[in-house]
Design a protein around this ligand. Sequence first.
Ligand SMILES: Nc1nc2c(ncn2[C@@H]2O[C@H](COP(=O)(O)OP(=O)(O)OP(=O)(O)O)[C@@H](O)[C@H]2O)c(=O)[nH]1
Ligand SMILES: *[C@@H]1O[C@H](CO)[C@@H](O)[C@H](O)[C@H]1NC(C)=O
Ligand SMILES: *[C@@H]1O[C@H](CO)[C@@H](O)[C@H](O)[C@H]1NC(C)=O
Ligand SMILES: *[C@@H]1O[C@H](CO)[C@@H](O)[C@H](O)[C@H]1NC(C)=O
Ligand SMILES: *[C@@H]1O[C@H](CO)[C@@H](O)[C@H](O)[C@H]1NC(C)=O
Ligand SMILES: *[C@@H]1O[C@H](CO)[C@@H](O)[C@H](O)[C@H]1NC(C)=O
Ligand SMILES: [Mg+2]
Length: 577
Amino acid sequence: MYLTSVWRSLKGRSLFILVSLSWLLLIAFLFAVTTVFERVPEESNALQADNRYTKLNDRLNEANRQIDLLMAQNKQLAQHLQVLTELKVKREELSLESPKTNKKLKVRNRSPVNVFPSTEFELSFRRVRQNIDEIWHHLRNRMSKKSMSFVNELRYNMIYDLDVLSDRDNRWRYEELKNLSNFVQNRIHRLQNPSDCGTAKKLVCDLNKSCGFGCQVHHLAHCFVAAMALNRTLICDTDDWRTPSDQPNSWGRLFQPISQTCGDPSGHNRTDWSDDKLLNSYQVLYYPIIDYMQPIPPFLPLVIPTQIADPLVRQSGEPFIWFIGQVLKYMMRPSSDMSQYIDNFKRDNQFKHPIVGIHVRRTDKIGTEAKFHTIHEYMFFVEDFYNKLDLKNERNSVHKKVERLVYLATDEPEVWRKEITPYQEKGYVFKGDIKLSESADPYQRREFESLHNVVVDLLLLSQCDYIVCTFSSQICRLAFELMQTRHSTQDLSQAFYSLDDIYYFGGQVFHGKKALVSHSAQNDREISFKSGDILGIARNEHNGYNTGDHNRTKHKGLYPRFKVTEFVESVPFDVFD
Ligand SMILES: Nc1nc2c(ncn2[C@@H]2O[C@H](COP(=O)(O)OP(=O)(O)OP(=O)(O)O)[C@@H](O)[C@H]2O)c(=O)[nH]1
Ligand SMILES: *[C@@H]1O[C@H](CO)[C@@H](O)[C@H](O)[C@H]1NC(C)=O
Ligand SMILES: *[C@@H]1O[C@H](CO)[C@@H](O)[C@H](O)[C@H]1NC(C)=O
Ligand SMILES: *[C@@H]1O[C@H](CO)[C@@H](O)[C@H](O)[C@H]1NC(C)=O
Ligand SMILES: *[C@@H]1O[C@H](CO)[C@@H](O)[C@H](O)[C@H]1NC(C)=O
Ligand SMILES: *[C@@H]1O[C@H](CO)[C@@H](O)[C@H](O)[C@H]1NC(C)=O
Ligand SMILES: [Mg+2]
């Protein structure tokens, strides 16, 4: 809106001018309306008079509408003015405390635009948050339940105060991440829609990797990463994807096409991935699955693009997961049918926030790729989430207890029938649908309905405020990746608990941690290192320690999590130049 943009450009300096301006506009408009009345010519017959009155009426209505609009804008301006006056008062209070020097002048002359936190500030902030949980995990393995209730109350209060501190800059966090997301989405869109498909450089990816749904989606994401690094349009024939012959085009029914202009894999010449010096000059490049990469390209996960590394590391505690989430966000833009289905499902289910998602992966997974976990193991962390929220409300003098909503996604219908009852009796409300779980039966997984329903569960899990699951399942890793791309004022990189593995991208080259401080092993199960050393990470023991190996000494063992930070590697991706 015009007035709003004037407002922004003036940055609140000439407030009174603006308010007066809006009144002037109003007066000018009233004046104009009066002239309209006067200019209406005299007419003789009744029909014309009728017409005239209709027209007059229309104009009057229009005038009324405009006046309402101006009034509304005026009210808005007054509100802005009030906010700024408050800010000004605060500023002055601040300067009252400091000695009367030039400093006061300086402060007052500075534009009201905030000075935003540095990257170091953000990293420290997130680290404090995380370390509060490290203390919690460390103690809950050693202390009685009773002593833990003291620790937990203390912890919730510390987290509350951190939230207050972080609120100050949340708007900025939200904006910077949103800007970055728009930038990435726009570049992918441009890459995927070349004006001339006949001459475009292409990277062809076959979706035939023989594995499950989540695994294939991750395979396509791996191809997308390469396409972006090499600035080649990704070509993928999605038509036959996971489709029984009588139910064609599953991908197209669930998602929007990955390109609107370019799906033809042909070109002047083509080659396979290799260390051929001329590789770049071929128009078409066939790209293999991640497990068979030879040579290993420098951009393989968990590497992030250099061009977005600074803001990304500043704003996200999990830069790679955010980045791969952006790729998935593009790939999995829901079709209009799917969009509508999700909207209806959310409405019928009364899906609302706050809500915690749990993904209970059972059936074929148990005993083959993962261990069995009871519902209680999941609900422990759901309960913790809501206790934290109750405390937050109490500190804010909100006395109503928050409704404990849980989105349940599972491939085992028995969880719905038998396991959640004690929690329903305690007042937990489970959202989702047992029908989605019934269609997840391993013998039905090739049916379109089953595929459709796992996508519904996946998208809704990704919209939760916190997820409890097993990262050994690709479905939950997908949900967590997508979750990072939601425009939120909170960094969501810690909004999960995995009952088994740490996060990984299948086929990743290296996941490293960098030592912030040195450590000398306290027993023969621990490893020693110096600050700056690189350590691998295999497991989070959830007691304050990781298991991993030292990159240089090759010793393997435990080390304290608070002594390390994520080791982030980046290389330039041509698509972002
Ligand atoms: N509706 C629904 N189906 C699920 C859920 N979890 C798993 N499934 C089913 O299980 C399938 C995923 O298992 P796989 O086919 O082995 O796929 P994957 O990529 O190997 O995933 P994981 O085995 O979980 O690592 C999905 O396609 C669904 O059919 C869930 O939460 N909801
Ligand atoms: C986000 O982008 C807008 C428009 O380009 C810009 O005005 C704004 O300053 C950016 N915000 C941040 C926090 O980077
Ligand atoms: C997938 O297709 C590629 C060629 O497009 C072929 O080289 C590969 O062997 C196929 N893999 C499987 C598992 O069918
Ligand atoms: C492939 O074709 C393009 C366009 O015709 C040409 O410029 C390029 O040199 C060719 N590459 C090789 C390795 O032949
Ligand atoms: C050591 O770290 C480098 C990254 O700097 C990595 O590529 C390599 O795989 C690591 N080696 C081991 C044994 O972890
Ligand atoms: C990437 O491709 C686009 C479109 O062909 C081109 O305009 C751009 O210059 C390329 N970028 C690089 C770094 O090659
Ligand atoms: Mg599987």
